[in-house]
Ligand binder design. Structure first.
Ligand SMILES: Nc1nc2c(c(=O)[nH]1)N[C@H]1C(S)=C(S)[C@@H](COP(=O)(O)OP(=O)(O)OC[C@H]3O[C@@H](n4cnc5c(=O)[nH]c(N)nc54)[C@H](O)[C@@H]3O)O[C@H]1N2
Ligand SMILES: Nc1nc2c(c(=O)[nH]1)N[C@H]1C(S)=C(S)[C@@H](COP(=O)(O)OP(=O)(O)OC[C@H]3O[C@@H](n4cnc5c(=O)[nH]c(N)nc54)[C@H](O)[C@@H]3O)O[C@H]1N2
Ligand SMILES: [Mo]
Length: 763
């Protein structure tokens, strides 16, 4: 029998740094943002490499930023560089010239690497060659690419059924890699294709699909410049989509009012110093939000219903639009008429005068855009809340015309494209039919497993092989210890990755890390020609991205090449000519054109400046819903909060210095937190009442579903947050997110609604 492996810690270690506190900022970006960006880039690489990477970012013919999915301007792009502070950090992180050699892995065993915090793990550098962790071994050792593919193929072929394998995708994967990957997985015989969307905007896709007949947002960037009102719910663009602030600034200059709905007063929503304008760089702020609605966590649905009720009573709705384009208005109206305004306002947590002020701002305005992100999607009633956003827009006739519509602001830079390419555990029949026609095999028709169900299946021992195309599954998913147990029950876990992360350390019996080229790396085919890939941004624009940096190692393969070689080792060369495809991405795009709608003339159009828009029915006022063929009003009942006997509702957030589980730095500058991540933000008055002071050490406990979860050693930070609400950072607090608490219909973990108690820290 193989020797027993030392167990690696699935959580970041319980250790405190040295918290420095200051007052939260009242504006975002400006000169500090630029200085921080430059500092991050040049601390990771030589100057020439840094300049080359920054100046090609989001330029025509350059690299699509591997950060968020916010779109680029269609025409004029700043010659100074179309990037933001956090885009620059994303570049610093992936284009680093540091690398992890076999000597590094020989020196450090897996369990000792897991004692580092996530910031330290990430700073080690790029993975430079394929590595394997043999059964029982404590150290990763090098493996050749051929052996790696043969070994994985052997495990896949040994599965009793293809459904014993699970194929995860994170949203940075290009269209080309994603298309080949889903094709391989379906040719292998399963729809087990969970992806980060399942934890992210799945609720938006479900809600919009049911209500409007398309799971994507309807606005273009230009719509912001024609809007009369923009409502931003559950989103923190100053940190997570900084280039959105320039769009908001321009919208505002054109006369739009901005309403922000958030339990926290986020600096980036309050005001903005545009670093690409002289005014901003010298510190002049543009105020952004006109009215800030400080909801309690999950108070959005009653708030939206209150506003719609007021608009209905005032007759401030678009009767023609409602009559011609929608279905279900009368039931919705009757439901709101019967609801009590006082109750709705009380449940929202927003002061009455603010609700009335919001109503007055929306009343006479007809071109409204609603933007939202994780504050809405990661809630148990997320789908209902997003549908309530849609109800309000429909009542105002604010979808399908310029300056108006839905704007779910996506996370990963190609998460939307991956879905378009068929990364979906519930594929539409039309996609499977197209694959069947083109490739002459019968794709599996039964739905596969999403993230949460996939974790449960691994935990139950129903999955033998876990394969991840990017991401950090262990740290991004809920209930860290449960998920760790799940991964440890697999025979093999494999990660295609750029950087080391905790998911490489808490593994199945055997594990592999397959190092790939990143977005900024140059990708050469066998003739030595530089290839480009394509991505789709949050507004449905498909664009080329061409890396220009020399890879840190000659042993990296592109993601498409990895998929092709694995597919060939597993399935052989028919019916898909894998090797040819890996060498010529134009051929992959031709296959996409023949199987996915909207990609006519793909290779030609994507070579044009700025790429092309995919068709979008909602944008043109067409709502082909499955149920009625019209846009649907939906009736949702505002429900009481379910704290399952706990005292607080906790939301798990991103700090300013992280990209999901990648920790760029230790500061959350705008919120006045420096050099620490193990903090819990609590209401100032409640802290005073309970005699909790800043700096007190506490443990956080959740007991949902009969399992006790403890997040130990957090520092109390009294903060301007509604009573009964708390906030911590993801992924440190993921140990507390119960696997069993998910959004209805979308199965998304409720990372913004974690019931918990606070107790003094026990050593
Ligand atoms: N720099 C950087 N950029 C990123 C990312 C990153 O980690 N770093 N991540 C990317 C990804 S994958 C995504 S999905 C996006 C995430 O972008 P966001 O959704 O902006 O990210 P979160 O930090 O989760 O912030 C959620 C916001 O919702 C608010 N909120 C929480 N609960 C509620 C609620 O009940 N109601 C309302 N109205 N508001 C609430 C919080 O106060 C916070 O402001 O960003 C993408 N871009
Ligand atoms: N508690 C809590 N949990 C959450 C959230 C939350 O708000 N709260 N947010 C959820 C959301 S919105 C999301 S999207 C998920 C994110 O979940 P994931 O997408 O799984 O996580 P990331 O942290 O983005 O993945 C980072 C890793 O991706 C790899 N990587 C980076 N670039 C590339 C590349 O170009 N190719 C390949 N192959 N690998 C690459 C690196 O190894 C890096 O360590 O987390 C979810 N989890
Ligand atoms: Mo996300």
């Amino acid at each position: 029998m193989a020797p027993h492996r030392k167990r690696a810690n699935p959580e970041p270690p319980e250790e405190l740094l040295d918290l420095k506190r200051s007052a939260p900022d009242d504006s975002a970006a400006g000169a500090t943002g630029v200085a921080v960006a430059v500092q991050h880039v040049f601390s990771e690489m030589p100057v020439a490499r840094g300049v080359k990477s920054l100046f090609s970012l989001n330029q025509h013919g350059g690299v699509d930023c591997p950060g968020c999915a916010w779109p680029d301007p269609d025409d004029e792009r700043s010659r100074l560089g179309e990037y933001c502070e956090n885009g620059a950090k994303a570049i610093a992180e992936e284009a680093t010239s540091k690398r992890l050699t076999p000597a590094f892995f020989a020196e450090h065993d897996v369990a000792s690497l897991a004692e580092l915090n996530d910031y330290e793990i990430g700073k080690k550098g790029r993975i430079a060659q394929p590595m394997v962790l043999e059964k029982g071994a404590n150290h990763y050792t090098p493996i050749s690419w051929d052996d790696a593919f043969q070994r994985i193929a052997g495990h896949l072929k040994a599965c009793a059924s293809p459904h014993e394998a699970l194929f995860y995708t994170s949203g940075r994967t290009s269209n080309e890699a994603a298309f080949l990957y889903q094709l391989f997985v379906r040719a292998f015989g399963t729809n087990n294709l969970p992806d980060c969307s399942n934890m992210c905007h799945e609720s938006s896709g479900v809600a919009l699909g049911e209500s409007l007949g398309i799971g994507k947002g309807s606005v273009k960037l230009e719509d912001f410049y024609e809007a009369e009102a923009i409502v931003i719910l559950g989103q923190n663009p100053g940190t997570n989509h900084p280039r959105m602030l320039s769009a908001l600034q321009k919208a505002k200059e054109n006369g739009a009012v901005i309403l922000s709905v958030n339990p926290l007063i986020e600096a980036g929503l309050v005001a903005f110093k545009n670093p690409q304008q002289v005014r901003g760089a010298i510190g002049l702020k543009a105020r952004l939000t006109d009215l800030y609605l400080q909801v309690r966590i999950n108070g959005d649905l009653p708030l939206l219903q209150a506003l719609s009720k007021l608009l209905l009573e005032a007759g401030a709705i678009d009767d023609d639009f409602i009559a011609s384009k929608t279905h279900g208005f009368d039931a919705w109206k009757a439901h709101l008429e019967a609801a009590s305004l006082d109750d709705l306002i009380a449940d929202s947590g927003v002061p009455r005068e603010d609700v009335m002020a919001a109503f007055e701002l929306l009343r006479g305005r007809k071109r409204i855009i609603a933007c939202w992100a994780m504050g809405l999607t990661q809630q148990r009633n997320a789908v209902a809340t997003i549908q309530e956003v849609v109800n309000l827009l429909l009542a105002k006739g604010s979808i399908g015309k310029p300056g108006a519509g839905t704007c779910p602001v996506r996370g990963h830079s190609n998460v939307q494209g991956d879905r378009t390419m068929g990364i979906f555990e519930k594929p539409p029949a039309a996609l499977l039919d197209a694959l069947e026609r083109e490739f002459q095999f019968s794709p599996p028709r039964e739905h596969g497993l999403d993230v949460v169900d996939g974790i449960r299946a691994m935990h139950d021992g129903r999955i033998r092989v876990f394969f991840a195309m990017g991401g950090n599954f262990l740290s991004a998913t809920p209930d860290t210890h449960y998920t760790a147990e799940a991964l440890e029950r697999c025979a093999l876990t494999v990660h295609v990755s750029t950087k080391l992360n905790r998911s490489h350390l808490v593994t199945g019996e055997e594990a592999m890390i397959l190092p790939c080229l990143a977005r900024t790396d140059e990708d050469l085919n066998s003739a030595g020609e530089r290839q480009f890939v394509t991505t789709e941004n949050s507004m449905g624009v498909v664009q080329a991205s061409k890396g220009n940096l020399r890879p840190v190692s000659d042993e990296l393969l592109s993601e498409p090449a990895i998929v092709c070689r694995l597919a060939e080792a597993t399935l052989g060369a028919a019916p898909v000519p894998w090797t040819e495809l890996a060498d010529d991405y134009d051929q992959i795009r031709n296959l996409i054109e023949r199987t996915i709608p909207g990609f006519e003339n793909y290779n030609a159009r994507v070579r044009e400046r700025g790429g092309f828009y995919l068709p979008n029915s909602a944008r043109i006022g067409d709502f082909p819903t499955a149920s009625t063929g019209k846009a649907n009003f939906t009736v949702s009942v505002a429900e009481p909060l379910d704290l399952e006997g706990h005292d607080f509702i906790m939301m798990t957030l991103r700090s300013h210095d992280q990209f999901n589980t990648t920790i760029y730095g230790l500061d959350d500058r705008y919120r006045g937190v420096r050099n620490e991540r193990r903090v819990v933000f609590l209401n100032e008055e409640e802290c005073a009442e309970r005699d909790w002071k800043e700096g007190d050490l506490v443990d956080l406990i959740n007991r949902s579903g009969g399992r006790e979860r403890v997040a130990r050693l957090f520092i109390v930070v009294p903060y301007n947050i509604p009573r009964g609400c708390a906030a911590t950072y993801f992924p440190e607090a993921n140990v507390l997110v119960p696997i069993g608490r998910v959004a209805r219909k979308s199965n998304t973990p409720t990372s913004k609604f974690v019931p918990m108690n606070v107790v003094p820290h026990r050593h």
